[in-house]
Design a protein around this ligand. Sequence first.
Ligand code: FAD
Length: 468
Amino acid sequence: GKGDIHAEVVVLGSGPGGYTAAFRAADLGKKTVLIEKYPNLGGVCLNVGCIPSKALLHVAKVITEAEEMGAHGISFGKPKIDLDELRSFKDSVISQLTGGLGGLAKGRKVQVVQGYGTFTGPNMIEVIGDNGRTTVSFDQCIIAAGSEPVKLPFIPHDDPRVIDSTGALELKDIPKRMLILGGGIIGLEMACVYDALGSKITVVELMDQIIPGADKDIVRPLHKRIEGRYENIFLKTKVTGMEALKSGLKVTFEDEKGESFTDTFDKVLVAVGRKPNGKLIDADKAGVAVDDRGFIAVDSQQRTGVPHIFAIGDVVGQPMLAHKAVHEGKVAAEVCAGHKRHFDAKLIPSVAYTDPEVAWCGLTETEAKTKGIKYEKGVFPWAASGKSLSNGRSEGITKLLFDPEDDRVIGACIVGTNAGDLIAEVALAIEMGADAVDLGHTIHPHPTLSETVNFAAEMFEGTITDLI
Ligand code: FAD
């Protein structure tokens, strides 16, 4: 039957995956409806993820750079931090972007329905919102329901001193001593912010390195720098208990030898991963399979087991990144419009916007070793880069991996300031099948950090001359 509203394409969730899919579907002539439970569009990324974290990381960078200018003969006083002003700067960035999205939806005649949507059948979604109940019938659907932070059973999540990334971005206060539970990208980015604002930081990570996923040698310069700034970094250590006391949160740790110790913190940020929202939308009523963890499996056209229902973004799997969601959103919308599009990207770059940044794409050395893939590498240490020395930050490393058969670049790992921007060149090189000579013979502007990509290729070729 027909719902209160009928859509040719309905998109469930308005994060980077969802709004991209909705806009693309509308641009391709489809009557499109976008369902979002929050009044603001933009999902996690714009409201409580990528964007607010980067606004705060920018501020953190300015603070630490000013502190470190002392070594170059320039001293500033201790920064005066007005948390209310900082919060409103961050909020203004968010509202500028989410407001912009609202305008873009209107301009395309994408109808936004506010409320929480669940399937009631293979062609029907029911939305419960501030204005009551609306039914939306559809020809095709794109699920973009995203993910939320993982909670741990033995942690008193109800205590206001226990926060997740959303809580950390709220900037309620600057705790004296803060524990970051989880040494992944989100935890370390928030650690970076609160360290700059004046908190004493402890990081605890189960694995034997921070930022598991990136190569160890590439993570080392970041580890070394934060080791000098933070109170503690516990690796191969797990948190086994947490007690909410008046004096603070008493945390029990267990190290690799099985020995326990405790410490008390003013705040604990739990950043142990994110779980997909697949189980929360009654997908079974539409016949869409959701696995135990909440992920929805899709084919290379983003199609679920039900041919007219697609899924994209965090809800379909790792890596949970905005640019992956956006790319998948375009694929799904174009397939809905009858195009023969597939997800055929060779790689999805990952970036930790810590200080220094850590970025990687394609094959990593760790992955090559575990899978027995043959590779050769070109490594350029930034201590020989004129630009990084001028910046006073020469700890970076640019590492490129090549296929020994044809010298094509197949992976990169970069650590250093602006590594996130630098990785894009290598991503393009890999997509285009470029080889070491292509990267080595392309004239890069001097002096820039981008030269380190050029130099890493020349290190591999053995054609490097002066180190500058
Ligand atoms: P989401 O952004 O999760 O959006 C899903 C939307 O759907 C939400 O608005 C939700 O309210 C809505 N929704 C869900 N279910 C329903 C329903 N049933 N009815 C109505 N609405 C519903 N990624 C990067 O690439 N770079 C970064 O720098 C980065 N930084 C991050 C920092 C933090 C602190 C966090 C938490 C994440 C970060 N990410 C980053 C990850 C990024 O935010 C996600 O990968 C991205 O937002 C996923 O997009 P999505 O479209 O799949 O879903």
